[in-house]
Design a protein around this ligand. Structure first.
Ligand SMILES: [Zn+2]
Length: 577
């Protein structure tokens, strides 16, 4: 058996070489890659070699930088007014995606009444900026805090006019982690109290655990489970360095959104937490000084996590008014049916958020165009859909393309879809998410956030190695990006997922990619100037989007369904066996 297989494989390998009219600069790479594939293929059986590899060069060449750019030019135009979820401008962008789907022969999802839209009912909230008040008292004296300079908060999902008085209790990072045997609540009682918590998680936590436990939602869930009535966040020195306080201010009063469940309740609205705020660095200092506790001493220990927990012996009084309304916004969903009679019942999901921040403030340029966040991501999935739609033999599994709404409001569209996928939830086998790919230089590497948790890692590895793109680990684990985009909505439903992002290595030795990306993140990310005047590299875009295409094809054609690694943190948490 082995001998026959070997000869069969070898003949295919030689055939491949002869058939491939590849350019000489690609030859070396192709040879080494196809040898790996050949050896891997012979190890099991030739039948496992996915068909698309025969044509991979011509397939990836269908991804062209100028086509991706064209989508960006339309979606990031001032005309789209920043595509904010719940506005007509978002709907216009959705129409654009639908028209592309139609042209490519991408089908609406089964059971969706021939529609590409998945409408979602949301409640929208915005803070009445004249309303927020906050003061603390020790029983005899009290001090007020200034909104903006000393604290900020957003609109709520509970009562329109809210008011609360409750004792403050410091509870470290507010984390209960069995993995690290850490319980910030072990020696304090927090029922009916407002928690004062450090942002983030201890740096000694592994990236996955740190990302998960840093999430404000996880902290809110923990707080609720303990009967707390609010959370006041204190920014650690890590966060103070990451983001200047002024960067938060333009977003004040911007609408938040939560989708409504069957009972009309906002999903993760946390309306029971009436006392929520984030303190500025000066506001935090003032609060701790007033309570007679040493914040610098706590900060000195925040790295090793030894922050302690204690009653602050003061109470806070907080009030606010929220402006609320119901709005609809839709995910745009299409799919290509798989070619394998059995496996086509399973779906790989490519997702990318279509919404951005809209129009804010009254500055000279107040349109948040979101060219890289995330017109570029939508351009990428449309071009991936286009390439796959041209394949004579389609991938074995079906592939869903999801342009999701309200990511900027807290992963809302993706969370709704992952919970209500219109097909059977257990038929979703994996998610590849593309969010905010910065392509301003000829980027030569790629990160796959979350890939280290599942078998998806090897798909990314094969795809990038074929294309001569480096596959590099997340360089900024403290940014906890795995949980900060739509892939995390799938993870929470137990579905292996990755977030693909171009890295910082440049094909052009004269360009310092790390500096370019840093410049984008510091000076353009979530600002009106993330627009079409930023540079765009076709070569960078092609390497990145081709990697995303091949990764998806490898996953779709693999006989084995993707799986979480043994004893993986996310696998255990959300998909326990
Ligand atoms: Zn964003």
């Amino acid at each position: 058996m082995i001998f026959v297989d070997l000869i069969f494989c070898l003949s295919i390998y030689i055939e491949d070489l002869v058939r491939a009219k590849i350019r000489s600069d690609m030859l070396r790479r192709y040879l080494s890659f196809s040898l790996i594939m050949f050896l891997a293929g012979c190890n099991t059986s030739q039948n496992n070699k996915a068909l698309f590899w025969d044509d991979a060069d011509s397939l990836v060449s269908k991804i062209q930088g100028n086509n991706i750019r064209e989508h960006m030019i339309i979606l990031a135009d001032d005309d789209m007014q920043g595509r904010e979820a719940g506005t007509e401008n978002y709907d216009k962008a959705a129409d654009y995606v639908i028209n592309n789907f139609k042209e490519l022969g991408i089908q609406p999802l089964p059971n969706n009444n021939e529609s590409y839209l998945q409408p979602i009912k949301f409640t929208e909230t915005r803070l009445d900026l004249t309303s927020p008040k906050m003061s603390i008292t020790n029983g005899t004296e009290s001090v007020d805090f200034a909104f903006r300079d000393e604290f900020i908060r957003s609109g709520g999902y509970g009562e329109i006019n809210e008011e609360i008085s409750a004792p403050l209790v410091f509870a470290g990072y507010g984390i209960i982690s069995p993995e690290y045997e850490r319980d910030d609540f072990s020696d304090i009682e927090v029922r009916d109290k407002i928690l004062v918590l450090l942002s983030g998680a201890p740096p000694y936590f592994n990236t996955a655990e740190r990302a998960y436990y840093s999430s404000g939602r996880v902290k809110a869930e923990t707080a609720l489970s303990k009967g707390a009535v609010g959370i006041v966040f204190i920014r650690t020195p890590v966060d103070q360095k990451r983001r200047a306080w002024e960067k938060y201010l333009p977003g004040l009063g911007a609408p938040g959104m939560r989708w409504l469940d069957d009972h009309g309740k906002p999903y993760q609205g946390f309306q029971e937490l009436k006392g929520t705020a984030t303190m500025s660095d000066t506001g935090a200092k003032k609060m701790f000084e007033f309570s007679g506790h040493d914040l610098d001493g706590i900060f000195a220990h925040h790295e090793d996590g030894g922050t302690g927990s204690f009653d602050m012996n003061i109470s806070a009084h907080m009030s606010r008014k929220s402006i609320r309304r119901e709005v609809y916004s839709s995910n745009v969903l299409g799919f290509i049916e798989g070619s394998d009679e059995k496996l086509k019942q399973e779906y790989l999901v490519y997702s990318s958020h279509l919404d951005h921040l809209g129009v804010r403030g009254d500055g000279e340029d107040n349109i948040y165009n979101g060219a890289y966040d995330n017109a570029a991501g939508i351009g990428a999935i449309i071009e991936i859909a286009k390439a796959i739609s041209t394949m004579e033999v389609k991938p074995k599994r079906s592939i869903i393309f999801a342009a999701v709404t309200a990511e900027e409001k807290g992963l809302q569209g993706s969370s709704y879809f992952a919970k209500n996928p219109l097909v059977m939830k257990k038929s979703l086998i994996a998610n590849i998410n593309i969010d905010m790919p910065y392509l301003g230089f000829p980027v030569a590497d790629l990160h796959a956030f979350g890939s280290e948790h599942s078998s998806l890692y090897s798909a990314v590895e094969s795809a990038t190695s074929y294309l001569g793109i480096q596959f590099t680990p997340d360089p900024l684990p403290e940014e906890v990006r795995f949980v900060r985009s739509d892939q995390f909505s799938f993870v929470k439903e137990g579905i292996p997922a990755i977030g693909l992002r171009p890295g910082t290595v440049s094909f052009d030795p004269d360009i310092d990619g790390a500096k370019e990306l840093d410049n984008y993140l510091k000076n353009y990310y979530h600002q009106p100037n993330d627009d079409l005047s930023l540079p765009f590299s076709s070569r960078g875009a092609e390497g990145f989007v081709r990697s995303a295409l091949l990764t998806g094809l490898i996953i779709s054609d693999d006989e084995n369904r993707p799986s979480w690694n043994n004893n993986d943190f996310f696998g255990e948490k959300f998909s326990p066996k």
